[in-house]
Design a protein around this ligand. Structure first.
Ligand code: RIB
Ligand code: CA
Length: 313
Protein backbone atom coordinates (compact mmCIF):
# COMPACT_ATOMS: atom_id res chain seq x y z
CA UNK A 1 0.00 0.00 0.00
CA UNK A 2 1.53 3.38 -0.97
CA UNK A 3 2.12 5.93 1.80
CA UNK A 4 -0.76 8.32 2.52
CA UNK A 5 -0.11 11.83 1.14
CA UNK A 6 -0.70 14.48 3.78
CA UNK A 7 -0.48 18.22 4.37
CA UNK A 8 0.19 19.12 8.01
CA UNK A 9 -1.38 22.46 9.00
CA UNK A 10 0.33 23.50 12.19
CA UNK A 11 1.03 26.08 14.91
CA UNK A 12 4.20 24.70 16.56
CA UNK A 13 3.96 24.28 19.62
CA UNK A 14 5.99 21.48 21.18
CA UNK A 15 3.24 18.91 20.64
CA UNK A 16 2.92 19.94 16.98
CA UNK A 17 6.67 19.39 16.70
CA UNK A 18 6.39 15.82 17.98
CA UNK A 19 3.51 15.16 15.58
CA UNK A 20 5.62 16.41 12.66
CA UNK A 21 8.63 14.33 13.76
CA UNK A 22 6.46 11.21 14.01
CA UNK A 23 5.17 11.82 10.48
CA UNK A 24 8.65 12.38 9.06
CA UNK A 25 9.87 9.20 10.77
CA UNK A 26 7.14 7.10 9.12
CA UNK A 27 7.85 7.22 5.38
CA UNK A 28 6.29 3.80 4.74
CA UNK A 29 2.92 5.06 5.89
CA UNK A 30 3.09 8.83 5.36
CA UNK A 31 4.32 11.15 2.58
CA UNK A 32 4.41 14.72 3.87
CA UNK A 33 3.67 16.97 0.88
CA UNK A 34 4.23 20.12 2.91
CA UNK A 35 3.68 21.99 6.14
CA UNK A 36 1.34 24.99 6.29
CA UNK A 37 1.84 27.28 9.26
CA UNK A 38 -1.04 29.09 10.94
CA UNK A 39 -1.24 31.59 13.80
CA UNK A 40 -2.23 29.85 17.02
CA UNK A 41 0.02 28.90 19.91
CA UNK A 42 2.22 31.82 18.91
CA UNK A 43 1.99 34.39 16.09
CA UNK A 44 2.47 33.29 12.49
CA UNK A 45 6.07 34.46 12.09
CA UNK A 46 7.02 32.13 14.92
CA UNK A 47 4.92 29.14 13.85
CA UNK A 48 6.43 29.45 10.34
CA UNK A 49 9.91 29.61 11.92
CA UNK A 50 9.28 26.71 14.30
CA UNK A 51 7.88 24.47 11.55
CA UNK A 52 11.14 24.85 9.62
CA UNK A 53 13.24 24.24 12.74
CA UNK A 54 11.42 20.95 13.30
CA UNK A 55 11.99 19.86 9.69
CA UNK A 56 15.70 20.59 10.09
CA UNK A 57 15.80 18.73 13.43
CA UNK A 58 14.40 15.74 11.52
CA UNK A 59 17.04 16.18 8.80
CA UNK A 60 14.37 17.13 6.26
CA UNK A 61 15.10 20.65 4.98
CA UNK A 62 13.51 19.50 1.70
CA UNK A 63 9.98 19.65 3.14
CA UNK A 64 8.25 22.78 1.77
CA UNK A 65 6.92 25.05 4.52
CA UNK A 66 4.33 27.73 3.76
CA UNK A 67 3.08 30.62 5.88
CA UNK A 68 -0.69 30.97 6.04
CA UNK A 69 -3.19 33.11 7.90
CA UNK A 70 -1.89 35.37 10.64
CA UNK A 71 -5.23 35.78 12.39
CA UNK A 72 -8.59 34.04 12.74
CA UNK A 73 -11.42 34.70 10.26
CA UNK A 74 -13.49 36.91 12.45
CA UNK A 75 -11.84 37.36 15.82
CA UNK A 76 -8.68 38.72 17.36
CA UNK A 77 -5.85 36.20 17.66
CA UNK A 78 -5.52 34.46 21.03
CA UNK A 79 -2.13 32.81 21.62
CA UNK A 80 -0.78 30.37 24.23
CA UNK A 81 2.70 31.52 25.24
CA UNK A 82 1.70 30.64 28.82
CA UNK A 83 1.80 27.01 27.73
CA UNK A 84 4.43 26.86 24.98
CA UNK A 85 6.77 29.70 25.99
CA UNK A 86 7.49 32.95 24.16
CA UNK A 87 9.03 31.22 21.13
CA UNK A 88 6.36 28.53 20.99
CA UNK A 89 9.09 25.91 21.03
CA UNK A 90 10.74 26.56 24.41
CA UNK A 91 12.69 23.68 25.92
CA UNK A 92 15.43 22.57 23.51
CA UNK A 93 18.02 25.03 22.19
CA UNK A 94 17.46 24.61 18.45
CA UNK A 95 19.26 26.67 15.78
CA UNK A 96 17.41 29.26 13.70
CA UNK A 97 16.17 27.69 10.46
CA UNK A 98 18.43 27.85 7.41
CA UNK A 99 15.77 26.49 5.02
CA UNK A 100 13.64 29.15 3.36
CA UNK A 101 9.93 29.69 3.68
CA UNK A 102 8.08 29.03 0.41
CA UNK A 103 6.86 32.13 -1.44
CA UNK A 104 3.32 30.85 -2.01
CA UNK A 105 0.64 31.43 0.61
CA UNK A 106 -0.33 28.30 2.55
CA UNK A 107 -3.95 28.55 1.43
CA UNK A 108 -2.87 28.56 -2.22
CA UNK A 109 -0.62 25.55 -1.58
CA UNK A 110 -3.56 23.64 -0.08
CA UNK A 111 -5.85 24.56 -3.00
CA UNK A 112 -3.26 23.91 -5.70
CA UNK A 113 -2.17 20.58 -4.19
CA UNK A 114 -5.72 19.27 -3.85
CA UNK A 115 -6.45 20.26 -7.45
CA UNK A 116 -3.20 18.73 -8.76
CA UNK A 117 -3.33 15.40 -6.90
CA UNK A 118 -5.93 12.75 -7.85
CA UNK A 119 -9.23 13.15 -5.95
CA UNK A 120 -9.31 11.30 -2.64
CA UNK A 121 -5.53 10.95 -2.31
CA UNK A 122 -4.59 13.87 -0.02
CA UNK A 123 -5.32 13.93 3.73
CA UNK A 124 -5.34 17.23 5.61
CA UNK A 125 -3.93 17.10 9.16
CA UNK A 126 -4.74 20.34 11.01
CA UNK A 127 -2.98 20.63 14.37
CA UNK A 128 -3.95 24.23 15.18
CA UNK A 129 -6.77 26.68 14.52
CA UNK A 130 -8.61 25.81 11.30
CA UNK A 131 -8.17 29.20 9.62
CA UNK A 132 -6.05 28.02 6.66
CA UNK A 133 -8.33 25.06 5.95
CA UNK A 134 -11.50 27.15 6.09
CA UNK A 135 -9.98 29.84 3.89
CA UNK A 136 -9.00 27.20 1.32
CA UNK A 137 -12.55 25.77 1.33
CA UNK A 138 -14.06 29.25 0.99
CA UNK A 139 -11.66 30.24 -1.81
CA UNK A 140 -12.03 26.97 -3.75
CA UNK A 141 -15.17 25.01 -2.82
CA UNK A 142 -14.32 22.50 -5.54
CA UNK A 143 -11.48 21.07 -3.43
CA UNK A 144 -13.71 19.89 -0.55
CA UNK A 145 -14.79 16.75 -2.39
CA UNK A 146 -11.19 16.06 -3.40
CA UNK A 147 -10.02 15.75 0.23
CA UNK A 148 -9.48 12.12 1.26
CA UNK A 149 -9.97 12.87 4.97
CA UNK A 150 -9.37 15.59 7.52
CA UNK A 151 -7.74 14.21 10.68
CA UNK A 152 -7.53 17.04 13.19
CA UNK A 153 -6.68 17.72 16.79
CA UNK A 154 -9.35 19.87 18.40
CA UNK A 155 -12.45 20.03 20.51
CA UNK A 156 -13.58 18.35 23.67
CA UNK A 157 -16.72 16.85 25.13
CA UNK A 158 -16.42 14.85 28.36
CA UNK A 159 -13.07 16.55 29.03
CA UNK A 160 -14.60 20.04 28.55
CA UNK A 161 -12.43 23.05 27.66
CA UNK A 162 -8.78 23.94 28.23
CA UNK A 163 -8.84 27.63 27.25
CA UNK A 164 -12.35 28.40 28.52
CA UNK A 165 -14.67 26.19 30.60
CA UNK A 166 -16.41 25.23 27.34
CA UNK A 167 -13.82 25.25 24.55
CA UNK A 168 -10.56 23.64 23.46
CA UNK A 169 -7.86 26.04 22.20
CA UNK A 170 -7.70 25.18 18.48
CA UNK A 171 -11.45 25.51 18.03
CA UNK A 172 -11.76 28.49 20.37
CA UNK A 173 -9.16 30.57 18.51
CA UNK A 174 -11.13 30.39 15.24
CA UNK A 175 -14.66 29.06 15.81
CA UNK A 176 -15.94 30.48 12.52
CA UNK A 177 -13.27 28.52 10.64
CA UNK A 178 -14.10 25.40 12.63
CA UNK A 179 -17.78 25.77 11.75
CA UNK A 180 -16.91 25.94 8.05
CA UNK A 181 -14.77 22.80 8.28
CA UNK A 182 -17.22 20.79 10.39
CA UNK A 183 -20.09 21.69 8.02
CA UNK A 184 -18.05 21.13 4.84
CA UNK A 185 -19.07 17.52 4.31
CA UNK A 186 -15.45 16.37 4.15
CA UNK A 187 -14.67 13.08 5.91
CA UNK A 188 -13.68 14.21 9.40
CA UNK A 189 -11.79 12.39 12.17
CA UNK A 190 -11.41 14.36 15.40
CA UNK A 191 -8.85 13.89 18.19
CA UNK A 192 -10.38 15.87 21.10
CA UNK A 193 -9.02 16.47 24.58
CA UNK A 194 -11.09 13.43 25.61
CA UNK A 195 -8.34 11.38 23.93
CA UNK A 196 -5.28 13.59 24.15
CA UNK A 197 -5.55 14.02 27.91
CA UNK A 198 -5.03 10.26 28.12
CA UNK A 199 -1.73 10.51 26.19
CA UNK A 200 0.35 11.82 29.06
CA UNK A 201 4.14 11.97 28.99
CA UNK A 202 4.82 10.37 32.36
CA UNK A 203 8.40 10.37 33.64
CA UNK A 204 9.15 6.81 32.40
CA UNK A 205 7.86 7.78 28.96
CA UNK A 206 9.93 10.95 28.92
CA UNK A 207 12.97 9.04 30.14
CA UNK A 208 12.49 6.70 27.17
CA UNK A 209 12.65 9.68 24.78
CA UNK A 210 15.84 10.94 26.45
CA UNK A 211 17.35 7.45 26.52
CA UNK A 212 17.29 7.40 22.70
CA UNK A 213 20.36 9.58 23.09
CA UNK A 214 19.79 11.17 19.68
CA UNK A 215 19.33 14.90 19.02
CA UNK A 216 15.65 14.20 18.26
CA UNK A 217 15.09 12.07 21.37
CA UNK A 218 16.77 14.59 23.66
CA UNK A 219 14.95 17.54 22.04
CA UNK A 220 11.56 15.83 22.43
CA UNK A 221 12.33 15.11 26.10
CA UNK A 222 13.27 18.77 26.59
CA UNK A 223 10.10 19.95 24.79
CA UNK A 224 7.79 17.86 26.95
CA UNK A 225 9.78 18.77 30.09
CA UNK A 226 8.98 22.39 29.28
CA UNK A 227 5.32 22.26 28.39
CA UNK A 228 4.22 19.68 30.97
CA UNK A 229 4.48 22.25 33.79
CA UNK A 230 1.22 23.97 32.68
CA UNK A 231 -0.88 20.80 32.67
CA UNK A 232 0.68 19.42 35.86
CA UNK A 233 -0.18 22.65 37.69
CA UNK A 234 -3.67 23.01 36.15
CA UNK A 235 -4.86 19.41 36.17
CA UNK A 236 -2.41 17.75 38.55
CA UNK A 237 -1.75 15.41 35.65
CA UNK A 238 1.11 12.93 35.55
CA UNK A 239 2.73 14.62 32.56
CA UNK A 240 2.24 16.69 29.42
CA UNK A 241 -0.65 15.64 27.15
CA UNK A 242 0.70 14.90 23.66
CA UNK A 243 -2.26 16.36 21.79
CA UNK A 244 -1.14 16.65 18.17
CA UNK A 245 0.87 13.39 17.79
CA UNK A 246 -2.48 11.58 18.21
CA UNK A 247 -3.28 12.76 14.67
CA UNK A 248 -0.11 11.28 13.19
CA UNK A 249 -0.38 8.08 15.22
CA UNK A 250 -3.92 7.59 13.88
CA UNK A 251 -2.58 7.65 10.32
CA UNK A 252 -0.09 4.92 11.20
CA UNK A 253 -2.07 2.73 13.63
CA UNK A 254 -5.77 3.75 13.66
CA UNK A 255 -6.55 0.78 15.88
CA UNK A 256 -4.94 2.64 18.78
CA UNK A 257 -8.09 4.80 18.90
CA UNK A 258 -11.79 4.23 19.46
CA UNK A 259 -14.66 6.66 19.02
CA UNK A 260 -18.10 7.24 17.56
CA UNK A 261 -19.37 8.63 14.27
CA UNK A 262 -21.60 11.40 15.54
CA UNK A 263 -22.83 14.91 14.92
CA UNK A 264 -20.51 17.69 16.09
CA UNK A 265 -21.52 21.33 15.83
CA UNK A 266 -19.46 24.41 16.73
CA UNK A 267 -20.74 27.20 18.97
CA UNK A 268 -20.19 30.53 17.22
CA UNK A 269 -22.91 32.73 18.76
CA UNK A 270 -22.48 32.80 22.53
CA UNK A 271 -19.33 34.36 24.02
CA UNK A 272 -19.92 32.17 27.09
CA UNK A 273 -19.56 28.93 25.12
CA UNK A 274 -17.74 30.26 22.03
CA UNK A 275 -15.81 27.48 20.26
CA UNK A 276 -17.47 24.64 22.14
CA UNK A 277 -17.67 21.39 20.17
CA UNK A 278 -21.23 20.26 20.82
CA UNK A 279 -20.66 16.53 20.33
CA UNK A 280 -23.85 14.45 20.16
CA UNK A 281 -22.12 11.46 21.81
CA UNK A 282 -25.48 9.93 22.89
CA UNK A 283 -27.10 10.64 19.49
CA UNK A 284 -30.06 12.54 20.95
CA UNK A 285 -30.17 15.49 18.55
CA UNK A 286 -31.29 13.76 15.39
CA UNK A 287 -28.64 15.77 13.54
CA UNK A 288 -26.71 13.87 10.86
CA UNK A 289 -23.33 12.47 11.91
CA UNK A 290 -20.44 14.46 10.41
CA UNK A 291 -17.37 13.36 12.38
CA UNK A 292 -15.58 10.35 13.80
CA UNK A 293 -15.11 11.77 17.31
CA UNK A 294 -12.49 9.80 19.24
CA UNK A 295 -13.04 8.92 22.88
CA UNK A 296 -10.24 6.56 23.90
CA UNK A 297 -6.64 5.63 23.15
CA UNK A 298 -4.28 2.74 23.86
CA UNK A 299 -1.76 5.06 25.52
CA UNK A 300 0.94 2.44 26.03
CA UNK A 301 0.67 1.39 22.39
CA UNK A 302 0.81 5.06 21.37
CA UNK A 303 4.02 5.74 23.28
CA UNK A 304 5.62 2.50 22.10
CA UNK A 305 4.92 3.53 18.49
CA UNK A 306 6.10 7.09 19.06
CA UNK A 307 9.34 6.14 20.79
CA UNK A 308 10.32 3.50 18.23
CA UNK A 309 9.62 5.88 15.35
CA UNK A 310 11.53 8.81 16.90
CA UNK A 311 14.51 6.44 17.20
CA UNK A 312 14.61 6.32 13.40
CA UNK A 313 15.46 10.03 13.05
O1 RIB B 1 -5.64 22.39 22.86
C1 RIB B 1 -4.46 21.78 22.41
C2 RIB B 1 -4.11 22.25 21.04
O2 RIB B 1 -3.86 23.66 21.07
C3 RIB B 1 -2.80 21.62 20.51
O3 RIB B 1 -2.87 21.53 19.11
C4 RIB B 1 -1.76 22.62 20.90
O4 RIB B 1 -0.61 22.57 20.07
C5 RIB B 1 -2.52 23.90 20.68
O5 RIB B 1 -2.45 24.21 19.29
CA1 CA C 1 -1.12 22.62 17.74
Amino acid sequence: MPPRKIIIDTDPGQDDAVAILLALASADEIEVLGLTAVAGNVPLHLTARNARMVCELAGRPDIPVFAGCDRPLGRDLVTAEHVHGKTGLDGPDLPDPAMPLQDAHAVDFIVDTLRAEPPGTVTLCPLGPLTNIAMAFEKAPDIVNRVAEIVLMGGAYFEVGNITPAAEFNIYVDPQAARIVFKSGAKLTVMPLDVTHKALVTKPRNDAFRALGTPVGVAVAQMTDFFERFDKEKYGSAGAPLHDPCVTAYLIRPELFTGRHINVEIETQSELTMGMTVADWWRVSGRAPNAMFMGDIDADGFFTLLTERLARL
